[in-house]
Design a protein around this ligand. Structure first.
Ligand code: SF4
Length: 345
């Protein structure tokens, strides 16, 4: 059974009884859920376990720093109708549900997700789909949330088919953590629901540590890819979880081994109560430089920052080039040595 209560965390050996009062304060503020698969993965003997750090509440979450904000990436400023975020011309987010199978302690939408914040009503869903249909520049619809894969296969299939019926939409992308936290829920029926004739579906998998990619998780991802659905990854750079080159390298290699193309490594957003997870941008750049020297291009994600205030996502990885005029440049190799590049064209 999914662990949701502080007393259940203690009973499962995921927290000590002395922490019960602190846990109750955190749980009153932010949703808690740990699936049996995730609970099994946690090493109870390791106080710094990187899986526990992602899912077991911590009193540090009650410290909100002045730079943190409830809507860190500015979704609200770009929401023309409920459930839609239209930040870039050719794509929209469609937030069907505000619940997840687990609640990540660093979640950038932690103020919006949790039990009781269920799904868009049928009327609001119709209005959101109507908005997509009325905007021919929308080429891609990204189902996010919450986790859209917590919907039943029947409900998800219905929405996917309705999106696919909109002629100008060509790509349907679903962002999910479900294959990692409940791999057995990636059933043939759910996978069929993701696909629509004539349209391309992508699944973006959220995982942050190589230990999350267990044999069962790898098998779940293989079922998706074998069905003809390409997968990409997204991870968040998290202090104490994956902020070292060895872990990041293992994570990216694991994705590639699973036929999941590393896509984004997000700089942790300014979500409330998450400062204990945030690295500096400089640390992120140093890690990306280390990764560049260790793994092939196939295993390189783009390190991105969602600019607070709703200004969009930009790459913030290290720079390797200083232009000299239009054709010449000083180019840095992965070891930091600088080389002159000259070209007559
Ligand atoms: S699964 Fe995604 S939306 Fe849900 S809590 Fe984790 S990061 Fe947030």
């Amino acid at each position: 059974m999914t662990i949701r209560l502080p007393s259940e965390l203690v009973a499962a050996g995921l927290a000590s009884p002395e922490k019960l009062a602190d846990l109750a304060r955190v749980a009153a503020r932010y949703a808690v859920a740990i699936t049996p698969d995730v609970a099994t993965l946690i090493d109870r003997a390791d106080p710094r376990d990187p899986i526990a750090r992602q899912f077991v509440p911590d009193i540090a979450e009650l410290t909100t720093t002045p730079d943190e904000r409830a809507d860190p990436i500015g979704d609200d400023a770009h929401s023309p109708v409920e459930g839609i975020v239209h930040r870039y011309p050719d794509r929209v987010l469609l937030k069907l549900v505000n619940v997840c199978a687990v609640y990540c302690r660093f979640c950038f939408r932690r103020e919006m997700v949790g039990p009781g914040k269920q799904m868009l009503s049928p009327e609001k869903r119709d209005a959101a789909l109507g908005y997509i249909a009325a905007h021919p520049q929308i080429w891609e619809v990204i189902l996010t949330g919450g986790d859209p894969l917590v919907l039943s296969a029947r409900r998800l299939g219905d929405v996917v088919r309705r999106i696919a019926a909109i002629e100008h939409v060509k790509i349907i992308r679903l962002h999910t953590r479900l294959p990692v936290v409940s791999p057995e829920k990636i059933t043939p029926a759910l996978i069929r629901a993701l696909k629509a004739p004539g349209k391309t579906t992508y699944v973006a998998l959220h995982a942050n540590h190589p230990r999350e990619l267990t044999p069962a998780v790898r098998a779940a991802c293989a079922r998706i890819v074998d069905a003809g659905i390409p997968m990409v990854s997204q991870s968040v750079l998290l202090r104490g979880v994956n902020d070292d080159a060895v872990t990041l390298e293992a994570l990216m290699r694991a994705f590639v081994e699973c036929r999941i193309k590393p896509y984004y490594l997000h700089h942790a957003d300014l979500a409330p109560g998450t400062s204990h997870f945030r690295t500096t941008l400089r640390e992120g750049q140093t890690l990306m430089r280390a990764l560049r020297g260790r793994v092939s291009g196939l295993a390189q994600p783009t390190y991105v920052l969602d600019i607070p205030g709703g200004h969009g996502k930009v790459p913030v990885g290290p720079g390797y080039i200083d232009m000299c005029g239009d054709a010449g440049a000083m180019v840095e190799d992965v070891n930091g040595a600088r080389h002159k590049y000259e070209s007559s064209s």
